[in-house]
Design a binder for this molecule. Sequence first.
Ligand code: NAP
Ligand code: GDD
Length: 350
Amino acid sequence: MTLPNGKTALITGITGQDGAYLARLLTDKGYAVHGIVRRASSPNTVRLETLFPDKNMRPVLHHGDMTDAGGLTRIVAEVRPDEIYNLAAMSHVQVSFDNPEYTGNVDGLGVIRILEAVRETGLAAQCRFYQASTSELYGGLNNEACNETTPFHPRSPYGIAKLYGYWATVNYREAYGMFACNGILFNHESPLRGETFVTRKITKAVAAYKNSIERKEPVDSQTAVLKLGNIDARRDWGHAADYVAGMYLMLQQPEPDDYVLATGENHSVRDFVEAAFAAAGRTIEWRGSGEAEKAFDTATGNLLVEIDPAFYRPAEVPVLLGDPSKARAKLGWQPQYTFAGLVNEMMDAA
Ligand code: NAP
Ligand code: GDD
């Protein structure tokens, strides 16, 4: 049984992938954990229920929204947190092209709203603040490993909004002396990843195919085919459990600073597809090129993957690779998961 450590944490975006893992980590460290949730017509707390099977251990939830400054200020005044982790965001890059203004409001202005809430409640000197910044800030136009000094070139409304949030965090540190940190996190995944992100989309589809084969069910080529966009995009993929541990470490340091969290190795979407099918015991072969490229099951000849340009983005981030040297040296942060370990865990849980 964990003893209370006397500290209180407030997590925005607690119903999301990272929010749930972070809530679990902080609870296990003895924090009183509070979270902000949006009102939804159906419950959206499934990830918290998964990681907190014991209802009595679950975080205290408050209704709020990153677009509602008054509500955020009331929650901060009531909770009086020692640490705030600002994870709430419209986090889907492709969707941000369809909802650019909303994304700016939540992911950009939302950061100012919560920082102002801390100031207005008189907590600026004592409350530590983490901002969920992103490798999307870099734009990924070459294969160089990005660190904390690499110039930014965001390539989506999401990236632009996050750039505003990044600088808001730096500015409140410099202007008001707040303990405010940016974690510039490269992609991190898990069985709790949203189903429209590419890794979860792939592992769900491959697991469904594996089940059909094992049950000797007919494979319906109309519904079973996995439709993807740019399969040559490369990402530096880690596991969310490793990354929330890094967030926590940033707020335990003597001085506030900004840190990259990444594995230092990247893979293409194509590699991820192959690894997922391999974990399912299937070998695939690619035929054709460009939009006509398809993947087939070598043993059965079933069509498995095809390209759907609907998943292309108006501006792609072709390649992301991170250099986590600073986090390793100053935080002692080292990811535990390998790429294969991540794919296997997601396949087992899919
Ligand atoms: P996620 O699963 O999409 O979770 C996003 C969370 O934000 C959800 O709890 C969502 O609530 C909440 N939210 C969205 N709009 C909101 C609003 N207007 N007001 C209040 N809450 C709102 O994202 P994630 O993967 O956990 O990522 C966490 C944070 O890290 C995000 O800021 C993301 O941009 C950033 N990030 C993620 C990665 C990654 O690879 N996962 C990498 C770098 C940075 P609902 O449940 O109601 O939708
Ligand atoms: N989602 C999706 N769906 N992506 C696809 C698909 C598809 O069908 N096909 C190919 N991709 C490519 C995308 O074009 C992108 O290059 C790559 O797969 C990864 O896409 P996502 O999984 O949607 O993640 P992301 O890299 O755009 O954004 C995630 O990581 C960022 C950090 O770099 C999100 O979690 C962001 O919130 C986060 O900031």
